[in-house]
Design a protein around this ligand. Structure first.
Ligand SMILES: *Cc1c(COP(=O)(O)O)cnc(C)c1O
Length: 460
């Protein structure tokens, strides 16, 4: 008997297949040139393994697809809504539930009411749509991550936590009456998909109580976060994942969730509230911009699929496979010498491109170079999270680089098998052998906002 570990197998089998086109390197060089070296501008049909995002890219189960057949498309009081409302109430313990077409719609509604000029929001890390919706109202958004958590090498169990001491300082500095909300994003997407501990959520609740501040949970990846709590925080080993999620969600005054993540669907979201008056205000905005209160921006069949997905995601076999398969990619990349952020997050592996392509200076965007090389070599699509996304210019038009040059490999839920992931590792191995051949990148066109989506690049 060999000593190798048992293969990590997917806890599902395949009933319907989506064919993938196998292309040549020559073909991909042409397509990437047409896309101005920006994989966001590629056609998905020309991509072999798409690791651009885990958002809305999940494969639904047979139970979700069959529930969709029972979608009640009535304008008001649909049974599909009743099912979703019951499921969300049971999970969150909150009395007021509002469906929305996706997470950012829930953000626009809630922060549209809580925000405004002179308001301050504090979060472990604001996700980009969260920050944009807050700043759009004229309010300011502050990220409060502990110093330790900013070190990409440091192995801490809950690197997504909110820094409570810094949060309290900000509350005192700006005055509690000016704080729109404290927002805990679980897991902390923009900080590497790192988890938040139950203790941190409880302490956040206590801090909000002390100053009478509203506490919002961004629960996009609440199931993945529960996995980490069960396996890393003491006194949770005997609770199941759903119970852990319930315990955390009950702590909030409001919850925002994009169903495109841990509800295992392709579109949807919701907002939940404890306070009746705030719920009435939000419902008015919901009806003006999303749809009637019993469907938001969703069709009946969407709501059916979310209701089923919200339960499936807490299945122990699924979550074990989910987190372990992300870890599998990270471990094997490290084993062949590819540096990554550690510990591995729940939904993605972040490659340290500055260390991997140490011969490419930050002004020449090593992350974007790696993103392009992964596509050309293997048809793999992923995105840069570094100076292309966050870099700024000084008054002499020199780049002020981002803190990190990362490349994110986001893993869609239940979509790729282990052999697909092994293939990704193979491509990295080939790139490792010819690192020196890779060259830097310059920007030839950039829009004024969110340039990573539409910028054009040229190889140096
Ligand atoms: C995706 C995401 C959102 C926004 O949700 P959409 O459905 O994409 O609008 C908000 N917060 C976090 C943490 C997210 O990951």
């Amino acid at each position: 008997m060999s000593k190798r570990q048992r293969t990590l197998t997917e806890p599902f089998k395949i009933k319907m297949v989506e064919p993938l086109k196998i292309t040549t390197e020559e073909y991909r060089i042409k397509r990437l040139a047409e896309a101005h070296n920006n994989p966001f501008l590629l056609r998905s049909n020309d991509v072999f393994i798409d690791l651009l995002t885990d958002s809305g890219t999940s494969a639904m189960s047979e139970h979700q697809w069959s529930a969709m057949m029972q979608g009640d498309e009535s304008y008001a009081g649909a049974t599909s809504w009743e099912r979703l409302e019951k499921e969300v109430k049971d999970l969150t313990g909150m009395p007021y539930i509002m469906p929305t077409h996706q997470g950012r719609a829930a953000e626009r509604i809630l922060y549209g009411i809580l925000g405004g000029k002179d308001k301050i929001f504090i979060s472990n890390t604001h996700f980009d749509t969260t920050r944009a919706n807050i700043e759009f109202t004229g309010a300011q958004a502050f990220d409060c991550l502990p110093e330790d958590a900013k070190d990409p090498e440091k192995e801490l169990p809950f690197k997504g936590n909110l820094d409570l001491a810094e949060t309290e300082k900000l509350i005192i500095k700006y005055g509690k009456e000016n704080i729109g909300a404290v927002i805990l994003t679980v897991t902390n997407n923009s900080a590497g998909g790192q988890p938040v501990s139950m203790q941190n959520a409880k302490d956040t609740r206590a801090l909000c109580d002390k100053y009478g501040i509203l506490f919002v949970l961004d629960a996009c990846r609440i199931a993945e976060n529960s996995y980490f709590i069960k396996h890393r925080e003491s006194n949770f080993e005997n609770k199941n994942y759903r119970e852990i999620a319930q315990e955390m969600l009950m702590l909030g005054d409001a919850i925002i969730m994009s169903a495109k993540k841990d509800a295992l669907v392709n579109m949807g979201g919701f907002l939940t509230l404890k306070d009746k008056k705030l719920a009435e205000q939000c419902t008015n905005l919901l009806i003006i911009s999303e749809g009637f209160a019993t469907y938001g921006g969703l069709s009946g069949r969407d709501m059916e699929a979310i209701a089923v997905g919200l339960r499936e995601v807490f299945d122990g076999d699924y979550l074990n496979y989910r987190i372990k398969s992300t870890e599998y990619l990270g471990k094997h990349l490290n084993a062949i010498g590819v540096p990554t952020v550690k510990p591995f997050g729940g939904h993605a592996i972040y490659v340290d491109a500055k260390a991997f392509y140490s011969h490419i200076p930050q002004e020449q965007f090593p992350g974007q170079a790696l993103v392009c090389d992964l596509y050309i070599k293997g048809g793999i699509r992923c995105c840069e999270i570094g100076s292309v996304m966050f870099g700024k210019h000084d008054e002499n038009n020199h780049l002020i680089p981002a803190a990190f040059e990362l490349v994110r490999l986001a893993i869609p839920r239940r979509v790729y098998t282990q052999s697909h992931i092994d293939y990704v590792i193979d491509i990295f191995e080939e790139l490792t052998e010819e690192k020196e051949k890779s060259s830097g990148i310059k920007i030839t066109y950039e829009p004024p906002f969110l340039r990573h989506f539409t910028a054009h690049f040229e190889r140096l």
